[in-house]
Design a binder for this molecule. Structure first.
Ligand SMILES: NC(=O)c1ccc[n+]([C@@H]2O[C@H](COP(=O)([O-])OP(=O)(O)OC[C@H]3O[C@@H](n4cnc5c(N)ncnc54)[C@H](OP(=O)(O)O)[C@@H]3O)[C@@H](O)[C@H]2O)c1
Length: 274
């Protein structure tokens, strides 16, 4: 069995690579710049926007860990899936997002395309990642502020190491075929509670700033594509409506261990915010 890993430099994909390596599962990394692959990993040049790169990536592949990138539409991924099935791929583990099941967002459109193909699939639906705080928000937190338009709503943030562990189980065992696995962490955390825990462990104050949607948009507009600003704004409106206020037992059920919570995530990433 050989597995193709897309987005192997990403927050979840990089952990999927580690998880497969730990289990000695044969794998190939599909990424835009193969020189970025960890030493010793088989890597191939792959870009969703360059269909000519897809065929070589799929040679001899049985299963795929598939993740979407940025705010691209679903068409490239659907065409890639069509080619993968033609080339003999039998199972796709797709990274989606919690709450998309009843929607028609691009992530869900890709899943419906996979469902219609008659192959094995598992859809991994995480809630918001803890790692957003150690990547997108890292600079701002380092400067002492976390600004998000969500008020005091809580989210059971999930660690990308746990999401990847679930995805790896779905890739290598038959137990989760045909299932949507909704994944959260263990803690009901507001952004203010997160900022307080970082402050406590850092030994200096990080303040949560509850901004309005318009303040958020104008803050990120200079740095992000307009369509991505719209997507983020829509995601935050879900949080404000309470849509992230739920927990699941999926990580423990699938991996047999408890998911990573607030204090461990913060402890593991303190250096990022120093
Ligand atoms: N962040 C969250 O809280 C959250 C929550 C639920 C679901 N999700 C979902 O998780 C997925 C990953 O999101 P993320 O923010 O975590 O991503 P990420 O870690 O930033 O990773 C993005 C990856 O996409 C690769 N990439 C970018 N453009 C590409 C292209 N044209 N062709 C091939 N690869 C390309 C990047 O590789 P390079 O090294 O080449 O740049 C990188 O490995 C998304 O589908 C998102 O909707 C995220």
């Amino acid at each position: 069995m050989k597995i193709l890993v897309t987005t192997p430099t990403g927050k979840v994909g990089s952990e999927v690579v580690r998880g497969l390596a730990a289990k000695h599962i044969s794998r190939r990394l599909a990424l835009r710049d193969p020189s970025k692959a960890p030493a010793g990993e088989e890597a191939v040049a792959f870009d969703y926007s360059k269909p000519e790169s897809w065929e070589a990536a799929l040679e001899g592949i049985d299963r795929i860990y598939l993740a979407s990138v940025g705010d691209q539409g679903p068409e490239a991924e659907k065409a890639f899936i069509d080619l993968a099935v033609t080339k003999g791929v039998q199972r796709i583990i797709k990274l989606g997002a919690a709450g998309i099941e009843e929607t028609d967002v691009p992530l869900r459109q890709v899943e419906r395309h996979i469902e219609a193909k008659g192959i094995e699939w598992t859809f991994v639906h995480p809630t918001w990642f803890w790692q957003n705080f150690s990547t997108a928000h890292a600079g701002s937190i380092k400067g002492g502020v976390l600004a998000e338009p969500v008020g005091d709503r809580w989210t059971a943030f999930v660690d990308t190491r746990d999401i990847a562990a679930v995805a790896v189980e779905a890739l290598v065992t038959d137990s989760w075929v045909g299932q949507i696995l909704t994944i959260t962490g263990p803690d009901k955390t507001t952004r203010a509670q997160f900022a307080a825990e970082v402050s406590r462990q850092l030994g200096r104050q990080v303040k949560f700033l509850d901004v309005t949607d318009e303040q958020f948009r104008s803050g990120v507009r200079p740095y992000l594509p307009a369509s991505y600003v719209e997507l983020l704004s829509a995601l935050y409106s879900w949080v404000r409506a309470g849509a992230t206020e739920f927990t699941t037992e999926t990580v423990e059920k699938v991996t047999g261990r408890k998911p990573i919570g607030l204090s461990q995530f913060v402890a593991d990433h303190l250096e990022v915010w120093r």
